[in-house]
Ligand binder design. Structure first.
Ligand code: SAH
Ligand code: TMP
Length: 391
């Protein structure tokens, strides 16, 4: 597939930066041999993850709750020793590890984006401002020892070289340790036509089939998987070294389900492409119709996903006046590529549009509760996943 020229999804910028904005070709593809769905070109990680990274995990209350439960679940199911050590890759602002830190459990976050890593430290989370690569393994072993659990959320799919991730994990995980990660799920993306999951940071959209194919040559097997309703449909994968732990039935059931859904067949992705094109055309037609009636449209939440929607569909400030977002670092800037102004949530309340297009559709329940007033006063919502509709 070719989604065209794309900017950095979280690259919110000032007017002065418009002229040297970075673009790359967003080319999603499916590998018939390992069944990975992936993008072919990824910008250098340093262009995306740095000292002014714009995504702060704590911006959603629901996600704070999610990570409390995730960490409890790890403790209850996968930690059987009295002095465990837990590593998290891509620990961001400490949303997950804080729950271990509070319990005085030995932990380490590995987080290359310095600004979010600093917030984690303010919350008492031990954090190494580094990418997870082999150069830091000796440091970890010398200072902390081998890990009982290596965990990650919405990070594994960000790391281009999965073979080196598996090799590095092999070097610092105890023999009976587990690797637990969750990421947006390919099955959900195909079922919902949620094409906005595809952007620079998401090099891969995983399925159980592809995760097994990637980690198996490194001595791991999938022992458990649990569906998650976060980020529009995610999957949690638990891997252990072969033969070390019981494999839950759900693993094979899910792989069978994925085969029934056709996640291992190229034709599925051809259909997906056609569905994406339909959504794009329907959305552009709807926005143009609303504008032609003299009504106003604003975006709700400047998500990284919205960068794909806006640039793939060619929707700019002529159709969407502004996007409101609660993240201070995004406010006062412009959206990547199409340069729609980003405003605060207060601005949204003071300048209510006739229509709000919900870019954070994955946080819909939380947002609908917060915006009862807007909806009651006649404000309309535009949704585009799984298909274009007005509510
Ligand atoms: N785990 C958090 C953050 C997800 S955003 C959550 O689920 O909300 C992805 C995070 O991974 C960013 O903070 C980014 O800086 C970090 N990251 C990107 N590449 C990484 C790598 N190679 N190693 C470790 N962390 C990485
Ligand atoms: P995400 O979809 O990648 O989690 O990004 C969520 C973005 O949405 C983040 O920039 C914060 C923003 N947001 C709001 O503006 N209002 C809200 O109520 C919520 C939940 C998120």
């Amino acid at each position: 597939m070719n989604f065209g020229k794309m900017p950095i999804a979280n690259g919110f910028l000032s007017k002065e930066q418009f002229s040297d904005e970075y673009y790359f070709d967003l080319l999603p593809a499916f590998c018939e041999s390992c069944c990975l769905f992936q993008i072919i070109n990824q910008p250098d990680p340093e262009k995306m993850f740095h000292h002014h990274y714009a995504f702060f995990s704590r911006s959603s209350k629901k996600m704070i709750e999610h990570f409390q439960k995730y960490s409890e679940w790890i403790l209850n199911n996968y930690i059987d020793n009295s002095d465990p050590f837990v590593i998290e890759l891509g620990s961001n602002d400490g949303i997950m590890l804080e729950n271990f830190s509070i319990k005085s459990i030995n932990h380490l976050g590995i987080e290359p984006s310095a600004n979010v890593a600093n917030v984690a430290r303010e919350h008492g989370v031990n954090t190494l401002t580094e990418f997870f690569d082999k150069s830091i393994l000796d440091n970890i072993l010398n200072e902390y020892g081998y890990a009982d659990v290596i965990t990650a959320a919405n990070v594994m799919c960000h790391i281009p070289d999965l073979n080196s991730v598996a090799e590095n994990i092999n070097k610092i995980l105890k023999p009976d340790g587990v690797l637990i990660f969750e990421d947006p799920y390919l099955g959900s993306m195909i079922e919902k036509t949620s094409f906005d999951q595809i952007y620079d940071e998401h090099v891969y959209i995983f399925s159980a089939i592809s995760v097994e194919n990637i980690f198996s040559p490194h001595g791991f097997e999938l022992i458990n998987i649990i569906e998650q309703n976060t980020h529009g449909g995610s999957m949690r994968y638990v891997l252990a070294r072969k033969g070390q732990r019981k494999i839950h039935d759900v693993v094979n059931n899910q792989i069978d389900y994925e085969k029934r859904l056709g996640l291992d067949k190229p034709s599925t992705y051809n259909n997906f492409r056609l569905n994406c094109e339909k959504n794009r055309n329907d959305l552009v037609l709807l926005l143009k119709k609303i504008k032609s009636e003299g009504l106003s449209i604003a975006g709700y939440a400047a998500t990284s996903k919205s960068t794909t929607v806006l640039n793939y569909c060619g929707i700019g400030a002529d159709l969407i006046e502004y996007i409101s977002d609660t993240t201070p670092i995004k406010q006062g800037k412009y959206s990547p590529g199409v340069h729609i102004p980003i405003k605060s949530h207060d601005y949204f309340l003071e300048n209510k549009p006739d229509y709000a297009i919900l870019f954070a559709w994955n946080h819909m329940n939380e947002i609908m509760l917060n915006e009862v007033e807007y909806t009651k006063s006649g404000g309309k919502w535009i949704l585009f996943v799984p298909s274009v509709m007005v509510e």
